[in-house]
Design a binder for this molecule. Sequence first.
Ligand SMILES: CC(C)(COP(=O)(O)OP(=O)(O)OC[C@H]1O[C@@H](n2cnc3c(N)ncnc32)[C@H](O)[C@@H]1OP(=O)(O)O)[C@@H](O)C(=O)NCCC(=O)NCCS
Length: 294
Amino acid sequence: MPPRMLSYRLFTPADQAAVLDLIGRASYVHRHLDWQPGDAWLTDPEMVAGVGWCHNQAAALMAFSPTTVGVSWLRVVALDGDLPAQVVVRELWDFLRPALWKRGVRRICVLMLETWLYPSLALLGFVPVEEIVTLQRIWDDPEDFAIARPPGVTLRPAEATDLEAVLRIDHTAFEVRWQMRPRDLAIVREEALSFTLAEWEGQVAGYEISLRYDSGIHLARLATAPHRQGQGIGSALVAHVLYFANRLGISALTVNTQASNAASLHLYQRYGFRMIGEGFTVLEARLPDSPGMV
Ligand SMILES: CC(C)(COP(=O)(O)OP(=O)(O)OC[C@H]1O[C@@H](n2cnc3c(N)ncnc32)[C@H](O)[C@@H]1OP(=O)(O)O)[C@@H](O)C(=O)NCCC(=O)NCCS
């Protein structure tokens, strides 16, 4: 059967129902592990997405997160089953690159969760840049997770008015690729089971964000302001999450980190976390600096 011809258009809010229908029925789907719940990403006004149409039906979709300092993540790809994946992924990529460039995107990252997508992205020049590992801490009987806080450090729940201070730490502690946007942080505050600040003499110096999932808690974010690192703040926050989980009767905590992140691996392992098999590769491609070459 000859391949179907698609016509590509930028996503508009009017396409929402068609796109959700496509994601629901598509044979090939890639979904980023998003901060935003469910399909909230579809209403994000700053995202860049393209839809391939065939006889007025959405048959292919590629969507990117809004950029943070020039970096955007591939958020969703969905393809109807009879489409040639490599051809259509390339067509969507070629179609969307100028729009991404105009939005200031220069690096595109992908959390490689779906093996079907890898050959298509490799052909487009995406290369592995980072390995993400998963660690888990499980305990059978309630344990005494004493919270050892360094002198001068207090822990308290984050309020909406703290988000600016949290973002400042986030953007100095994490490499650009991993930095959060204000909108995502505000959303995650609503979703989080626990969002705790560590204050050092009244100044926000670190934070953790943990989310509930089926069988446990996922420590989704942990950071200490660079000038306060190495003084026990990260440890106090990890101990707090363990203590908190224990009090809720939950006995499994997971966390992801970069395989190269020696400080966080050391910290998690010191608290009894062990590596489990689930890991992911991060791929990245760069857009050229000059618009004529996009
Ligand atoms: C990981 C992080 C939160 C730790 O916070 P912290 O406040 O420095 O943590 P602590 O001071 O309690 O403990 C740090 C531990 O890491 C150790 N450490 C620091 N750098 C290290 C390195 N390069 N290799 C091995 N261990 C290292 C410290 O010696 C200390 O261990 P110890 O108490 O047994 O001596 C902090 O480094 C950070 O914000 N990093 C950037 C963001 C990040 O990577 N977050 C976690 C991944 S999601």
